[in-house]
Design a protein around this ligand. Structure first.
Ligand code: FMN
Ligand code: SF4
Length: 401
């Protein structure tokens, strides 16, 4: 069901909430402390940038290594093509993100806050820049905006750190991970902007409050709802809201659905007959072998072609490889081309089996999760659209754009 925590307050159409209105509505943000980490731990807050990693665990790891010189990198790169919840959040509630970032900085002992925002997300960057100018001087002095390149991998945490250090937004071979050695060799807390906004509320109102809504006390989540829905857009819902309920909140389906893509380009296709009952909550989905990813729910209409759509998306993902790891660069290119060949009916009878075999060979063989995300997505497509893949291979239907 629709909820209003991050989006409580003025109408979203009114634009960015000012610092004065934000403070009047919510009161001052509490100072960072070890108690805050305990609160985040008992609240069960997990990251919203795709990996769903427990926030408290990461903060503790950075605080341990900080020696008072850590860095907080608020990740608002949002390179995922089907997600726009982070830029909407920053455009309307920039001070929630800033509160969370500064609370993180004082808790882990950071002397620098970097607001890493997609270079093409101008409304969000303008709102964050104006909001920063409204903050007290000590906060302004330690924070700055960094414009991230418009690439899918630029938001990966080691790529973000690499970009700040050397101007190149490609993932680095890990370890050390950013929490060990990141910006300028300092322990760096990379946290998605929605995660930080959730911190701003959980830190103010406590773990009991945080757990007072959402299935299993998991609070609220931001969704980017697209495709065959009457009113596509960004929506805040209680965790555990089903796909069907979220679609109903968005005015219902605009045409009969064929499948739902959950989690974005690294996500999973689910047949529409099963998708409607899926609970939008990380642990529940994990138990089903699924992920909420960055909160993407995209409805493929029945008249659209899942094979062509998958081929197009695989071409995009292959093109977004940072070209540093052979299995990712060559493997994804081969998979994407094979997919396109099948969609266009240019492949031999064994090509589908080959596609399945290749995809398992690519998994786990890159320095970052890019190839794993891409092949997970492809494997779900082969399951859901198996008959369509066979039909395309045999007959071809159209050229893939
Ligand atoms: C290819 C790739 C792209 C990513 N892009 C983003 C992004 O745009 N924004 C983001 O917050 N996390 C992104 N991530 C996840 C980050 O690496 C990191 O886990 C996240 O920023 C941590 O924040 P969280 O724990 O609050 O989710 C990406 C990961 C991968 C593998
Ligand atoms: S796995 Fe792919 S995207 Fe990740 S670092 Fe290697 S080449 Fe780049």
């Amino acid at each position: 069901m629709r909820a209003a925590r991050l989006f409580s307050g003025p109408e979203l159409g009114a634009g960015a909430e000012s610092f004065r209105d934000h403070r009047r509505r919510l009161g001052p943000a509490p100072a960072g402390s070890r108690n805050l980490i305990a609160t985040l731990e008992t609240s069960g807050l997990r990251g919203r940038g795709g990996g769903a990693f427990p926030v408290a665990t990461k903060w503790r790891a950075v605080a341990k290594r900080s020696r008072g010189t850590a860095v907080v990198l608020a990740n608002g790169a949002e390179g995922e093509p089907l997600s726009w919840k982070d830029r909407v959040l920053m455009a309307v509630r920039p001070h929630l993100v800033l509160d969370g970032a500064f609370m993180a900085a004082s808790t882990v002992g950071a002397t620098q806050v970097l607001l890493y925002l997609g270079e093409e997300h101008r409304a969000a960057a303008a709102a964050m820049s104006r909001a920063l100018a409204e903050r007290p001087e000590p906060e302004r002095n330690i924070a700055r905006l960094v414009a991230s390149p418009n690439r899918y991998v630029a938001g990966e945490e080691s790529a973000a750190v690499h970009f700040v250090n050397a101007g190149v937004a490609t993932p680095t071979t890990v370890p050390p991970r950013p929490y060990e050695r990141g910006v300028d060799g300092r322990a760096t807390l990379v946290q998605n902007v929605e995660s930080l906004a959730q911190v701003a509320l959980a830190g103010r109102f406590g773990d009991e409050w945080y757990r007072s809504t959402g299935i299993d006390g998991q609070g609220t989540v931001l969704l980017s709802l697209s495709g065959a829905v009457a009113a596509p857009g960004v929506m805040e819902v209680e965790a555990g809201t089903t796909v069907g309920e979220a679609v109903a909140e968005a005015g219902g389906s605009s045409e009969p659905p064929r499948a739902v893509l959950l989690g974005g380009y690294f996500g999973t296709w689910i047949d529409a007959s099963q998708a409607w009952a899926m609970p939008l909550e990380t642990s529940r989905l994990k138990a089903l072998g699924l992920s909420l990813g960055t909160g993407v729910v995209s409805i493929l209409p029945d008249r659209a072609c899942g094979v062509c759509e998958t081929a197009r998306m695989m071409q995009y993902l292959a093109g977004e490889s940072a070209a540093q790891c052979g299995p990712c660069f060559f493997g994804l290119r081969a998979l994407a081309d094979a997919c396109t060949g099948i969609a266009e009916g240019r492949s031999g009878p064994a090509e589908l089996q080959r596609l399945q075999r290749w995809s398992s060979q690519v998994r786990g063989r890159g320095a970052c999760r890019h190839p794993d995300g891409a092949v997970g997505f492809l494997q779900s497509a082969l399951q859901v659209f198996w008959h369509e893949f066979q039909h395309h291979r045999a007959h071809g239907i159209q050229r893939v754009a």
